[in-house]
Design a protein around this ligand. Sequence first.
Ligand code: IFM
Length: 737
Amino acid sequence: MRRRLWTLEEFPFHPEKLNHYETLFTIGNGYLATRGTFEEDFDGSMATTMVHGVFNHAQGVLVPELVNSFNWLPIHITIDGTPFQLINQNDTTPNPPGGAVLGYRRTLDLYRGVLLREVLFRAESGAIVRLSFERFVSLHDYHVLAQHIQLVAVDGNPEIEVESFIDPHVTNAGAQHWTDITTDYDDARVSVIAKTNQSGYTLGMASHLVAPGKVETVMDTANQRPVTRTSFTLRTEETADVYKFISVFTNRDVSPVALPGKLFDKLDSALGSGYDGLLQAHEAEWAAYWDTSDIQIEGDDTSQFALRFVTYHILIAAPRHDDDVSVGAKTLSGLGYKGHVFWDTELFIVPPLTLTQPRLARNLLMYRYHRLAGARHKAQANGYEGAMFPWESTDTGEETTPQWSDPQPDGHRIRIWTGDSEQHISTDIAYSLLQYWHWTGDHDFLIRYGAEIVLDTAVFWGSRVEHKNGRYEISQQIGPDEYHENIDNSIFTNRMVVWHLNEALKLLDWLNANAPADAKRLIQALDLTPARLDKWRDIIANMFIPFDEKQQIHIQFPGFFEMEFIPVPHYEPRTLSVQAILGHYRSIQTQVIKQADVVMLMALLGEELAPRDVLLNNFNTYYPRTDHGSSLSPAMHAWVASQLGLDEIAYEMFEHAGAIDLHDNKGNVRDGIHGAASGGLFQALLFGFCGLRLGENGPEVTPRLPEHWKSVSFTVYYRGEKRRIRVTNPVAVVPTA
Ligand code: IFM
């Protein structure tokens, strides 16, 4: 069945968008993800499979990175001696060398999590074959991946040869991570096992090919890998089906000794279920996820599709069965940001999951709990107390932000300060966690794990602030606007610290009343003395919050308005950030803002920050100074603009956010999906246009839908119950179930 607005389609083949589309067509199951690379070779393709948690620090790379795992996709097909490849598209000259592609369509079915590519191909012999390549990574059994290739002889009686293998000789853009590669094979089966060369993770993959003809495996010594082969003849109108089943495990799942046996056991059970059986179970699982994650927009197909697309990408990245891994800034869909975990996860990706898949949100928050030791180590190494989370995090929990950029076009490197100075992340984590607690009422999580994070990061801030000029200040910060580095008194940081300490005190009160033994345990373990708590109160009362009384606006940081003013709108139309146009060193001395900063603060705190007229002044001040150099920015502007009644800007920013990956409007989707922009779009819709918030008695909405929208229907979990809500234009709110 073909569902409306559920499929991403490429028709015909767009080789100039090869890497962009590889990212968009990624499939995954929260354990691993694989880019939409083809089964056959294609120049310039970036075959990438990322398995959560497998990090390694390779020689010559500045920091550890998530490792590109073996390529399980290769299935090379030869038709009458012509290797099937995407060549000579629509070339109808008789028998062009290499054959010709006569038709092509690629479809990603977001509802089913299935990728399909159909190609009509003429071999040099003149035989025409229709090939369809279908693949999925099972959401039901996350160690199982499957491919189905169907060949139909449309014209001629072609001789078909098939070669399948798993390629362990992969790198992260040249960085070598794998060592001790061992292989095993037998008839239709192959296994490949290797270790990462620094961190010592073991990865194993095994495949089993089911195909017509005599299937056998031989060692391809030139390429150092076993290859499974078969050949057969197709008569005109005849169909052949080729299936490849793959199993995958790491030593994070099973001991290295047991791993080979597990790989083969899993293949046996996959073969037992058969392709259709596996697919059915996979589809049923997807349907269950969509039941709560799908948002339906009536009256705007573009927005509807954009929402489903971003939701799909969040769902394929979020770990299901593992609370010791998290989602990197580029999800699992590309090598960008080296798989590192930023604030993107907690403030952009976790909230949609809190609302619709709370179990997955909990997993991501637990990742931080398991990394408290790293956060404490960072605090201590910097001379502070408590827990100070790293700006970029991997498996170890240590700070992994590189200190230097890659070489710029003129060869020099730029110092990266975010690992030193972008400290607001500790509070972002606390914010996300408390939001999760309020929506879910998951007291067990809070008492056993979450409270320790909120309280120990509060301890960090208590030791981090500086008492000077008769008030509390925080120097040397980077707020969300990363163009302005090492500034004193970033309003985002200062104000969120006040919020954080306040919440920490409220949380302690709650624990004392509701879980006194745990309150006692935490007070002792974290040394929450009365003197420390008094200091928190003093900080709350006396923190410096930069504010211009005359203009009635918050000041991003003192000195901001003394810098050169650049009218950002005058630089339209542009495809680059204003920073790229002016250059790094000039733009940091101007008022150009990279991304929502004061506006981000408004998104998080709303009218808790200031009355509405001040919020409006803030927006009107900062919006024209922002170049949205970060993909995190537009959705936050859409959210806040909508809440302030700035409908046109809200919709424009929403459209911008929705196009970031689909239209590659930042030109870097080749490196992976912008996970935060995805989660941001979801939030802009629910918290912005629908005005969703948690009231005293549960979810409440104050909708302000774009004029041409008819309705929005969505589901949120509140304290374990599903609430189905429909808001319409003109405004009406209908609980639908
Ligand atoms: O975390 C973001 C940051 O806010 C802007 N630069 C990119 C990072 C990763 O997405």
